[in-house]
Design a protein around this ligand. Sequence first.
Ligand SMILES: *Cc1c(COP(=O)(O)O)cnc(C)c1O
Length: 418
Amino acid sequence: MVLADLPLSERDPSLAAMIRRENDLEASTLRMIPSENYASRAVQEAAGSVLANKYSEGYARKRYYEGQEIIDEVEELAISRVKALFGAEHVNVQPYSGSPANLAVYYAFCNPGDPIMGLALSAGGHLTHGHGVSITGKFFKSIPYGVRRSDHRIDMDEVRSLAKEHKPKLIWAGTTAYPRAVDWNAFREIADEVGAILAADISHISGLVVAGEHASPVGIADIVTSTTHKTFRGPRGGMIMCKQQHAAAIDKAVFPGLQGGPHNANTAGIAVAALEASTPEFKAYAKQVVENAKVLASTLAELGYAIVTGGTDNHLVLVDLTPKNVTGKVGAKALDKAGIVGNYNTVPFDPRKPFDPSGIRLGTPALTSRGFGREEMLQVARWIDQVLVAPTDEAVQARVRNEVAELCKKFPAPGIAV
Ligand SMILES: *Cc1c(COP(=O)(O)O)cnc(C)c1O
């Protein structure tokens, strides 16, 4: 057998062992990072296919390389499926991920130094919406808006007054650690009042949008960006939807503006994910994602936890651990030892530093993908509480970890062979 034909387990046994261990970890733990999920076996097959071997700069039927007849078909299939799913006029599936998709929007509409607005990271926004450590905060004049002190909801009055004062070129609407619905129409009104481009970033919630569990910004925002690997449950990647009038600007910004050749295997994975997202099963999954998050939020609230905004409309719950005298980092690490994997997170107006903030962020997409419903979420909430009330008790962590693994066996993780 020639070297190139060796299976990974023989060619690189130590790396193969790492992947096997990650496989087992994902199968036997509760994956509650809200941006994570389980891509299906079919999505993984497409994303790991020979399509990754190809170079195909340009767009379908307008490539700079020969040999593209199949790649063109694949990209057109992905685009037509995403268009149909979201009702979008124009779709670009080439961005390498969510952050490059957002950069393309800046490149299409802004010049360096232009004023732009987005939800502050500390209020649940994304780095790429103008945060200071991000290139988007360095190259553009970022004017962040926040949430209200009273109820921790996005403060649309503040958005309006800042927009009128600073006349931004671009306004981002979209969140990464915010448990409530975003009012696209309210953002549209403000963008119109000041002549700004409105970009909706639905990276976290695109799967919920497809299923009608969150209102769609398509047709309201000028541009809609998304990752493809969060609630959408596809391969890692990004996509941009827009009105026809912006199609040329967006396409040019992605290629040749920002990227070289597209990741064709990921494009194929997006096509499969879009097919899966068009099924009744996906709709049921998305509905259950939200129901599960509501059960988690209300049960933790009954157990004495402070839930940011008092609950959730989407797939995630932001928990302020202050009433329990545990910090976010200590809590997240204790939960991780118990097989419950989330992340520590700032809460609005957090008096603590981002590296050890007051809260944790927990999501339900991955658990829902493996079939968890109300009963399981009640159990998950009880386990979370048992670990957090005694965050240094290793016996509790070991016991919960075993119980978690037992429950996981009853709900096999999609796309993972054990
Ligand atoms: C995850 C996320 C991104 C970035 O996606 P990456 O694929 O990690 O680059 C952008 N915007 C929002 C709102 C996100 O949640």
